[in-house]
Ligand binder design. Structure first.
Ligand code: ATP
Ligand code: MG
Length: 435
Protein backbone atom coordinates (compact mmCIF):
# COMPACT_ATOMS: atom_id res chain seq x y z
CA UNK A 1 0.00 0.00 0.00
CA UNK A 2 1.22 3.50 -0.79
CA UNK A 3 0.90 6.13 1.92
CA UNK A 4 -0.17 9.41 0.40
CA UNK A 5 1.56 12.31 2.13
CA UNK A 6 -0.77 15.06 0.92
CA UNK A 7 -4.10 13.30 1.30
CA UNK A 8 -6.36 13.26 4.34
CA UNK A 9 -5.94 9.64 5.58
CA UNK A 10 -9.71 9.13 5.79
CA UNK A 11 -10.15 10.25 2.19
CA UNK A 12 -7.31 7.95 1.14
CA UNK A 13 -8.95 5.03 2.94
CA UNK A 14 -12.29 5.59 1.23
CA UNK A 15 -10.68 6.21 -2.16
CA UNK A 16 -8.78 2.95 -1.88
CA UNK A 17 -12.03 1.15 -1.09
CA UNK A 18 -13.42 2.41 -4.40
CA UNK A 19 -10.28 1.34 -6.25
CA UNK A 20 -10.28 -2.12 -4.61
CA UNK A 21 -13.92 -2.74 -5.44
CA UNK A 22 -13.21 -1.97 -9.10
CA UNK A 23 -10.09 -4.16 -9.12
CA UNK A 24 -11.91 -7.02 -7.34
CA UNK A 25 -14.58 -7.04 -10.01
CA UNK A 26 -11.92 -7.57 -12.64
CA UNK A 27 -11.41 -4.04 -13.95
CA UNK A 28 -8.35 -1.89 -13.89
CA UNK A 29 -8.44 1.33 -11.93
CA UNK A 30 -6.04 4.16 -10.99
CA UNK A 31 -5.91 7.47 -9.24
CA UNK A 32 -5.31 10.12 -11.91
CA UNK A 33 -4.92 13.79 -12.70
CA UNK A 34 -4.67 16.59 -10.15
CA UNK A 35 -4.29 14.37 -7.07
CA UNK A 36 -1.32 12.46 -8.48
CA UNK A 37 0.28 15.69 -9.68
CA UNK A 38 -0.23 17.56 -6.41
CA UNK A 39 1.13 14.66 -4.36
CA UNK A 40 4.27 14.64 -6.51
CA UNK A 41 4.58 18.40 -6.02
CA UNK A 42 4.06 18.22 -2.24
CA UNK A 43 0.93 20.30 -2.50
CA UNK A 44 -2.24 19.50 -0.54
CA UNK A 45 -4.65 17.21 -2.38
CA UNK A 46 -8.32 18.21 -2.12
CA UNK A 47 -9.99 15.49 -4.14
CA UNK A 48 -9.05 12.20 -5.77
CA UNK A 49 -10.20 11.34 -9.27
CA UNK A 50 -10.25 7.76 -10.46
CA UNK A 51 -9.98 6.33 -13.98
CA UNK A 52 -11.17 2.80 -14.71
CA UNK A 53 -11.83 0.33 -17.49
CA UNK A 54 -15.33 -0.30 -16.05
CA UNK A 55 -18.14 1.26 -18.07
CA UNK A 56 -20.33 3.82 -16.30
CA UNK A 57 -23.28 1.39 -15.93
CA UNK A 58 -21.00 -1.11 -14.20
CA UNK A 59 -19.74 1.57 -11.86
CA UNK A 60 -23.34 2.48 -11.02
CA UNK A 61 -24.14 -1.20 -10.38
CA UNK A 62 -21.06 -1.84 -8.29
CA UNK A 63 -21.52 0.94 -5.73
CA UNK A 64 -24.44 1.68 -3.50
CA UNK A 65 -24.41 5.46 -3.69
CA UNK A 66 -23.63 7.03 -7.06
CA UNK A 67 -24.51 10.19 -8.95
CA UNK A 68 -24.54 10.17 -12.77
CA UNK A 69 -22.47 13.37 -12.96
CA UNK A 70 -21.52 13.29 -16.61
CA UNK A 71 -22.55 10.03 -18.21
CA UNK A 72 -21.91 11.35 -21.71
CA UNK A 73 -18.24 11.74 -20.71
CA UNK A 74 -18.23 8.47 -18.79
CA UNK A 75 -18.17 10.11 -15.35
CA UNK A 76 -19.98 8.78 -12.30
CA UNK A 77 -19.52 10.22 -8.82
CA UNK A 78 -19.18 7.47 -6.22
CA UNK A 79 -19.92 8.40 -2.61
CA UNK A 80 -17.85 6.44 -0.15
CA UNK A 81 -18.15 7.46 3.48
CA UNK A 82 -18.35 11.24 3.42
CA UNK A 83 -16.20 11.56 0.33
CA UNK A 84 -17.19 11.92 -3.32
CA UNK A 85 -14.91 10.37 -5.96
CA UNK A 86 -15.25 11.09 -9.66
CA UNK A 87 -14.87 7.79 -11.45
CA UNK A 88 -14.37 8.13 -15.20
CA UNK A 89 -14.19 5.34 -17.72
CA UNK A 90 -10.95 5.21 -19.78
CA UNK A 91 -11.74 7.13 -22.90
CA UNK A 92 -10.38 9.03 -25.80
CA UNK A 93 -11.99 11.96 -27.46
CA UNK A 94 -12.44 12.32 -31.14
CA UNK A 95 -13.63 15.07 -33.46
CA UNK A 96 -13.73 18.26 -31.53
CA UNK A 97 -16.36 20.68 -32.66
CA UNK A 98 -15.70 24.41 -32.55
CA UNK A 99 -12.49 24.05 -30.54
CA UNK A 100 -14.31 23.13 -27.36
CA UNK A 101 -16.45 19.97 -27.17
CA UNK A 102 -15.56 16.53 -28.36
CA UNK A 103 -18.49 15.43 -30.50
CA UNK A 104 -17.92 11.78 -29.63
CA UNK A 105 -16.41 10.05 -26.66
CA UNK A 106 -15.00 6.63 -27.27
CA UNK A 107 -14.26 4.28 -24.40
CA UNK A 108 -10.89 2.55 -24.59
CA UNK A 109 -9.38 -0.35 -22.67
CA UNK A 110 -6.05 0.94 -21.42
CA UNK A 111 -4.88 3.66 -19.04
CA UNK A 112 -2.18 4.91 -21.43
CA UNK A 113 -4.71 5.75 -24.09
CA UNK A 114 -6.75 7.56 -21.46
CA UNK A 115 -3.74 9.57 -20.31
CA UNK A 116 -3.12 10.56 -23.89
CA UNK A 117 -6.31 12.66 -24.06
CA UNK A 118 -5.26 14.75 -21.03
CA UNK A 119 -3.96 18.26 -21.40
CA UNK A 120 -0.48 18.51 -19.88
CA UNK A 121 2.20 15.95 -19.07
CA UNK A 122 1.95 16.74 -15.34
CA UNK A 123 -1.79 15.97 -15.48
CA UNK A 124 -1.29 12.72 -17.38
CA UNK A 125 0.17 10.52 -14.64
CA UNK A 126 -1.70 7.62 -13.03
CA UNK A 127 -1.00 5.98 -9.67
CA UNK A 128 -2.00 2.41 -8.89
CA UNK A 129 -3.25 1.15 -5.54
CA UNK A 130 0.26 0.09 -4.55
CA UNK A 131 1.69 3.45 -5.54
CA UNK A 132 3.26 2.59 -8.86
CA UNK A 133 3.23 5.42 -11.39
CA UNK A 134 2.19 5.14 -15.02
CA UNK A 135 3.84 8.14 -16.62
CA UNK A 136 4.16 7.60 -20.36
CA UNK A 137 4.74 11.29 -21.19
CA UNK A 138 7.38 11.90 -18.52
CA UNK A 139 5.24 14.24 -16.48
CA UNK A 140 7.30 13.68 -13.35
CA UNK A 141 10.41 14.88 -15.12
CA UNK A 142 8.56 18.01 -16.27
CA UNK A 143 7.30 18.63 -12.73
CA UNK A 144 10.89 18.42 -11.47
CA UNK A 145 12.01 20.85 -14.17
CA UNK A 146 9.10 23.15 -13.38
CA UNK A 147 7.76 23.22 -16.93
CA UNK A 148 4.36 22.91 -18.57
CA UNK A 149 4.19 20.83 -21.69
CA UNK A 150 1.21 19.55 -23.65
CA UNK A 151 0.65 15.85 -24.15
CA UNK A 152 1.41 15.56 -27.86
CA UNK A 153 1.49 18.51 -30.24
CA UNK A 154 0.48 21.74 -28.57
CA UNK A 155 -1.10 23.20 -31.77
CA UNK A 156 -3.38 20.19 -32.09
CA UNK A 157 -4.30 20.08 -28.42
CA UNK A 158 -5.19 23.79 -28.33
CA UNK A 159 -7.05 23.45 -31.57
CA UNK A 160 -9.19 20.65 -30.08
CA UNK A 161 -10.01 22.56 -26.91
CA UNK A 162 -9.07 26.22 -26.75
CA UNK A 163 -9.63 26.39 -22.98
CA UNK A 164 -6.36 24.51 -22.56
CA UNK A 165 -4.50 27.74 -23.41
CA UNK A 166 -6.11 29.39 -20.42
CA UNK A 167 -5.38 26.33 -18.26
CA UNK A 168 -1.71 26.42 -19.29
CA UNK A 169 -1.42 30.00 -18.04
CA UNK A 170 -3.38 29.19 -14.88
CA UNK A 171 -1.10 26.27 -13.98
CA UNK A 172 2.00 28.32 -14.84
CA UNK A 173 0.73 31.02 -12.53
CA UNK A 174 -0.37 28.91 -9.58
CA UNK A 175 2.67 26.60 -9.61
CA UNK A 176 5.22 29.14 -10.77
CA UNK A 177 6.02 26.89 -13.76
CA UNK A 178 7.32 27.92 -17.16
CA UNK A 179 5.48 26.98 -20.33
CA UNK A 180 7.89 25.34 -22.81
CA UNK A 181 8.64 27.26 -26.02
CA UNK A 182 6.56 25.05 -28.29
CA UNK A 183 3.54 25.48 -26.03
CA UNK A 184 3.96 29.25 -25.94
CA UNK A 185 4.32 29.43 -29.71
CA UNK A 186 1.15 27.37 -30.18
CA UNK A 187 -0.65 29.56 -27.68
CA UNK A 188 0.25 32.84 -29.34
CA UNK A 189 -0.61 31.39 -32.75
CA UNK A 190 -3.90 29.86 -31.65
CA UNK A 191 -5.13 32.47 -29.18
CA UNK A 192 -7.99 33.70 -31.37
CA UNK A 193 -9.72 30.32 -30.84
CA UNK A 194 -10.47 31.32 -27.26
CA UNK A 195 -13.52 33.11 -28.66
CA UNK A 196 -15.22 29.71 -29.02
CA UNK A 197 -15.00 28.95 -25.31
CA UNK A 198 -17.86 29.69 -22.90
CA UNK A 199 -17.14 32.64 -20.60
CA UNK A 200 -17.98 30.52 -17.53
CA UNK A 201 -15.07 28.21 -18.22
CA UNK A 202 -12.64 31.05 -18.88
CA UNK A 203 -13.81 32.84 -15.74
CA UNK A 204 -13.33 29.70 -13.63
CA UNK A 205 -9.69 29.46 -14.76
CA UNK A 206 -9.14 33.19 -14.30
CA UNK A 207 -10.52 32.93 -10.80
CA UNK A 208 -8.05 30.20 -9.87
CA UNK A 209 -5.24 32.24 -11.39
CA UNK A 210 -6.05 35.44 -9.53
CA UNK A 211 -6.74 33.67 -6.23
CA UNK A 212 -3.64 31.48 -6.50
CA UNK A 213 -0.32 32.21 -4.86
CA UNK A 214 1.39 34.09 -7.74
CA UNK A 215 -1.36 36.09 -9.46
CA UNK A 216 1.11 38.60 -10.87
CA UNK A 217 2.97 35.94 -12.78
CA UNK A 218 -0.27 34.79 -14.40
CA UNK A 219 -1.31 38.33 -15.22
CA UNK A 220 2.03 38.94 -16.85
CA UNK A 221 1.59 35.82 -19.01
CA UNK A 222 -1.93 36.94 -19.92
CA UNK A 223 -0.62 40.37 -20.84
CA UNK A 224 2.21 38.97 -22.94
CA UNK A 225 0.02 36.48 -24.75
CA UNK A 226 -2.94 38.90 -25.13
CA UNK A 227 -5.06 35.78 -24.73
CA UNK A 228 -8.02 37.47 -22.98
CA UNK A 229 -8.27 39.93 -25.81
CA UNK A 230 -9.78 37.02 -27.77
CA UNK A 231 -12.42 35.98 -25.22
CA UNK A 232 -16.07 36.40 -26.26
CA UNK A 233 -16.22 39.39 -23.97
CA UNK A 234 -12.71 40.73 -24.42
CA UNK A 235 -10.93 42.33 -21.57
CA UNK A 236 -9.99 45.81 -22.66
CA UNK A 237 -6.25 46.20 -22.39
CA UNK A 238 -5.03 48.93 -20.13
CA UNK A 239 -2.67 51.47 -21.62
CA UNK A 240 0.64 52.31 -19.99
CA UNK A 241 0.17 51.76 -16.26
CA UNK A 242 0.80 54.58 -13.82
CA UNK A 243 3.09 54.12 -10.85
CA UNK A 244 0.11 53.81 -8.55
CA UNK A 245 -1.47 51.14 -10.71
CA UNK A 246 1.77 49.19 -10.65
CA UNK A 247 1.85 49.37 -6.88
CA UNK A 248 -1.72 48.10 -6.72
CA UNK A 249 -0.82 45.10 -8.83
CA UNK A 250 2.27 44.48 -6.70
CA UNK A 251 0.13 44.39 -3.58
CA UNK A 252 -2.12 41.76 -5.14
CA UNK A 253 0.20 38.87 -4.23
CA UNK A 254 -0.08 39.76 -0.57
CA UNK A 255 -3.82 40.04 -0.16
CA UNK A 256 -5.75 37.07 1.19
CA UNK A 257 -7.69 35.14 -1.47
CA UNK A 258 -10.94 35.40 0.50
CA UNK A 259 -13.23 37.24 0.31
CA UNK A 260 -12.58 37.42 -3.40
CA UNK A 261 -13.55 41.10 -3.66
CA UNK A 262 -10.26 42.09 -2.00
CA UNK A 263 -8.10 40.88 -4.85
CA UNK A 264 -10.53 41.63 -7.66
CA UNK A 265 -11.00 45.22 -6.55
CA UNK A 266 -7.26 45.72 -6.27
CA UNK A 267 -6.68 44.14 -9.66
CA UNK A 268 -9.38 46.08 -11.49
CA UNK A 269 -8.31 49.33 -9.91
CA UNK A 270 -4.76 48.54 -10.94
CA UNK A 271 -6.06 48.15 -14.49
CA UNK A 272 -7.83 51.51 -14.38
CA UNK A 273 -11.37 50.11 -14.29
CA UNK A 274 -13.83 52.21 -12.26
CA UNK A 275 -16.19 50.88 -9.58
CA UNK A 276 -19.30 51.18 -11.74
CA UNK A 277 -17.60 49.65 -14.79
CA UNK A 278 -16.33 46.84 -12.57
CA UNK A 279 -19.74 45.57 -11.53
CA UNK A 280 -21.09 45.37 -15.07
CA UNK A 281 -17.88 43.87 -16.38
CA UNK A 282 -17.74 41.17 -13.74
CA UNK A 283 -21.37 40.22 -14.24
CA UNK A 284 -20.80 39.97 -17.98
CA UNK A 285 -17.82 37.80 -17.19
CA UNK A 286 -20.19 35.49 -15.27
CA UNK A 287 -18.82 36.18 -11.81
CA UNK A 288 -21.39 35.65 -9.07
CA UNK A 289 -23.45 38.71 -8.18
CA UNK A 290 -22.02 38.64 -4.71
CA UNK A 291 -18.38 38.78 -5.85
CA UNK A 292 -19.18 41.46 -8.45
CA UNK A 293 -21.03 43.61 -5.94
CA UNK A 294 -18.47 43.34 -3.14
CA UNK A 295 -15.70 44.18 -5.60
CA UNK A 296 -17.53 47.23 -6.91
CA UNK A 297 -18.49 48.43 -3.43
CA UNK A 298 -14.88 48.34 -2.22
CA UNK A 299 -13.90 50.34 -5.30
CA UNK A 300 -16.69 52.88 -4.79
CA UNK A 301 -15.77 53.22 -1.14
CA UNK A 302 -12.22 53.95 -2.21
CA UNK A 303 -13.20 56.58 -4.79
CA UNK A 304 -15.58 58.32 -2.43
CA UNK A 305 -13.17 58.39 0.52
CA UNK A 306 -10.39 59.73 -1.68
CA UNK A 307 -12.60 62.50 -2.85
CA UNK A 308 -13.51 63.43 0.71
CA UNK A 309 -9.88 63.31 1.76
CA UNK A 310 -8.76 65.56 -1.03
CA UNK A 311 -11.49 68.07 -0.24
CA UNK A 312 -10.33 68.45 3.37
CA UNK A 313 -7.03 69.40 4.93
CA UNK A 314 -5.20 66.79 6.99
CA UNK A 315 -5.55 69.04 10.05
CA UNK A 316 -9.31 68.94 9.83
CA UNK A 317 -9.28 65.70 11.75
CA UNK A 318 -12.68 66.05 13.32
CA UNK A 319 -14.40 66.72 10.00
CA UNK A 320 -12.51 63.83 8.47
CA UNK A 321 -13.63 61.57 11.28
CA UNK A 322 -17.27 62.58 10.88
CA UNK A 323 -17.10 62.01 7.14
CA UNK A 324 -15.54 58.62 7.76
CA UNK A 325 -18.33 57.59 10.07
CA UNK A 326 -21.08 58.61 7.66
CA UNK A 327 -19.31 56.83 4.84
CA UNK A 328 -18.96 53.72 7.00
CA UNK A 329 -22.70 53.79 7.75
CA UNK A 330 -23.46 54.21 4.06
CA UNK A 331 -21.34 51.30 2.83
CA UNK A 332 -21.61 49.11 5.91
CA UNK A 333 -19.08 47.77 8.35
CA UNK A 334 -18.03 44.84 6.17
CA UNK A 335 -17.06 46.90 3.14
CA UNK A 336 -15.38 49.47 5.35
CA UNK A 337 -13.33 46.70 7.03
CA UNK A 338 -12.38 45.14 3.71
CA UNK A 339 -11.29 48.49 2.34
CA UNK A 340 -9.07 49.04 5.40
CA UNK A 341 -7.51 45.61 5.01
CA UNK A 342 -6.81 46.27 1.36
CA UNK A 343 -5.48 49.75 2.02
CA UNK A 344 -3.01 48.47 4.65
CA UNK A 345 -1.52 46.03 2.17
CA UNK A 346 -1.35 48.61 -0.54
CA UNK A 347 0.26 51.25 1.67
CA UNK A 348 3.06 48.78 2.30
CA UNK A 349 3.90 49.16 -1.41
CA UNK A 350 3.62 52.88 -1.81
CA UNK A 351 6.41 55.33 -1.35
CA UNK A 352 7.16 58.93 -2.06
CA UNK A 353 5.85 62.21 -0.84
CA UNK A 354 3.02 62.35 1.65
CA UNK A 355 3.46 58.75 2.68
CA UNK A 356 4.03 59.49 6.36
CA UNK A 357 0.91 61.64 6.57
CA UNK A 358 -1.09 59.00 4.73
CA UNK A 359 0.09 56.30 7.14
CA UNK A 360 -0.85 58.44 10.14
CA UNK A 361 -4.30 59.05 8.72
CA UNK A 362 -4.64 55.33 8.03
CA UNK A 363 -4.01 54.61 11.70
CA UNK A 364 -6.83 57.00 12.50
CA UNK A 365 -9.15 55.45 9.93
CA UNK A 366 -8.71 52.11 11.64
CA UNK A 367 -9.44 53.59 15.03
CA UNK A 368 -12.52 55.41 13.73
CA UNK A 369 -13.73 52.20 12.12
CA UNK A 370 -13.39 50.26 15.37
CA UNK A 371 -14.88 53.00 17.52
CA UNK A 372 -18.21 53.28 15.70
CA UNK A 373 -20.66 52.05 18.37
CA UNK A 374 -23.69 51.32 16.14
CA UNK A 375 -23.89 50.27 12.51
CA UNK A 376 -27.53 49.67 11.91
CA UNK A 377 -30.94 51.02 12.91
CA UNK A 378 -31.58 47.70 14.65
CA UNK A 379 -28.79 48.47 17.11
CA UNK A 380 -30.33 51.77 18.26
CA UNK A 381 -31.87 52.01 21.71
CA UNK A 382 -35.08 53.40 20.17
CA UNK A 383 -37.36 52.11 17.43
CA UNK A 384 -39.61 54.03 15.05
CA UNK A 385 -42.55 52.98 17.25
CA UNK A 386 -40.98 54.59 20.33
CA UNK A 387 -40.65 57.86 18.44
CA UNK A 388 -44.29 57.84 17.29
CA UNK A 389 -45.51 57.07 20.81
CA UNK A 390 -43.36 59.78 22.41
CA UNK A 391 -44.45 62.42 19.93
CA UNK A 392 -48.00 61.20 19.48
CA UNK A 393 -47.62 61.38 15.71
CA UNK A 394 -48.51 59.22 12.73
CA UNK A 395 -45.73 57.58 10.74
CA UNK A 396 -44.53 58.69 7.30
CA UNK A 397 -41.37 58.95 5.20
CA UNK A 398 -40.04 61.58 7.65
CA UNK A 399 -39.63 58.87 10.28
CA UNK A 400 -37.09 56.90 8.27
CA UNK A 401 -35.08 60.06 7.65
CA UNK A 402 -35.20 60.98 11.29
CA UNK A 403 -34.04 57.52 12.38
CA UNK A 404 -31.06 57.76 10.02
CA UNK A 405 -30.19 61.08 11.61
CA UNK A 406 -30.36 59.45 15.04
CA UNK A 407 -28.13 56.62 13.87
CA UNK A 408 -25.49 59.07 12.64
CA UNK A 409 -25.76 61.01 15.88
CA UNK A 410 -24.96 57.94 17.95
CA UNK A 411 -22.39 56.61 15.46
CA UNK A 412 -20.27 59.78 15.56
CA UNK A 413 -20.52 59.86 19.34
CA UNK A 414 -22.70 62.99 19.75
CA UNK A 415 -25.24 61.14 21.87
CA UNK A 416 -25.14 57.98 23.97
CA UNK A 417 -27.17 55.04 22.71
CA UNK A 418 -29.79 55.43 25.46
CA UNK A 419 -33.51 55.61 25.05
CA UNK A 420 -34.12 58.70 27.17
CA UNK A 421 -31.40 60.81 25.58
CA UNK A 422 -32.40 59.81 22.07
CA UNK A 423 -36.08 60.61 22.60
CA UNK A 424 -35.08 64.03 23.96
CA UNK A 425 -33.08 64.63 20.81
CA UNK A 426 -35.94 63.51 18.57
CA UNK A 427 -38.38 65.81 20.35
CA UNK A 428 -36.02 68.75 19.97
CA UNK A 429 -35.61 68.12 16.25
CA UNK A 430 -39.35 67.87 15.64
CA UNK A 431 -40.05 70.97 17.71
CA UNK A 432 -37.43 72.86 15.74
CA UNK A 433 -38.95 71.74 12.44
CA UNK A 434 -42.38 72.87 13.54
CA UNK A 435 -41.26 76.36 14.54
P1 ATP B 1 -7.20 21.31 -9.96
O1 ATP B 1 -6.30 20.98 -8.83
O2 ATP B 1 -7.18 22.72 -10.32
O3 ATP B 1 -8.59 20.73 -9.84
P2 ATP B 1 -6.92 19.33 -11.96
O4 ATP B 1 -5.74 18.88 -12.76
O5 ATP B 1 -7.54 18.34 -11.06
O6 ATP B 1 -6.51 20.62 -11.21
P3 ATP B 1 -9.46 19.42 -13.25
O7 ATP B 1 -10.06 20.51 -14.06
O8 ATP B 1 -10.09 19.02 -11.99
O9 ATP B 1 -7.96 19.88 -12.99
O10 ATP B 1 -9.32 18.17 -14.23
C1 ATP B 1 -8.91 16.88 -13.80
C2 ATP B 1 -8.03 16.23 -14.87
O11 ATP B 1 -8.74 16.11 -16.10
C3 ATP B 1 -6.78 17.02 -15.22
O12 ATP B 1 -5.71 16.73 -14.36
C4 ATP B 1 -6.51 16.58 -16.63
O13 ATP B 1 -5.87 15.33 -16.64
C5 ATP B 1 -7.89 16.39 -17.21
N1 ATP B 1 -8.42 17.60 -17.87
C6 ATP B 1 -9.17 18.58 -17.32
N2 ATP B 1 -9.50 19.52 -18.22
C7 ATP B 1 -8.95 19.13 -19.38
C8 ATP B 1 -8.97 19.65 -20.72
N3 ATP B 1 -9.58 20.80 -21.00
N4 ATP B 1 -8.31 18.94 -21.66
C9 ATP B 1 -7.69 17.79 -21.39
N5 ATP B 1 -7.65 17.25 -20.17
C10 ATP B 1 -8.28 17.90 -19.17
MG1 MG C 1 -9.41 18.60 -9.91
Amino acid sequence: MYLWKQVDPLMQHQGEKVLKALLDSGHSAYFVGGCVRDELMDRPVHDMDIATSAKPEMVMDLFERTIPTGLQHGTVTVLMGDYPFEVTTFRKESHYEDHRHPSAVEFVSGIVEDLQRRDFTMNAIARSLDGELTDPFLGLEDIRKGIIRCVGKAEERFNEDALRMMRAIRFASVFGFRPVKSLWRALTNGRDKLSFVAMERIRAELERLVLGSHPLRGLELLRRSRLLHYAKIPFKEPGELTREQHQRLQALNHLPAEPQGLRWSMLLQGLAVSGSEAEALMKEWTFSNQVAETTAEIMRFDASWREIRSSLEVEETERLRRSWVSQQLLYGQTISGLWLERESQWLAYTGGEGREARLRLHEEEMQWHLAVPVHDLKELAIRGGDVLAALDLKGGPWLGELMKQVLLLVAVGDAPNEKKALLEYVKAVVRQNES
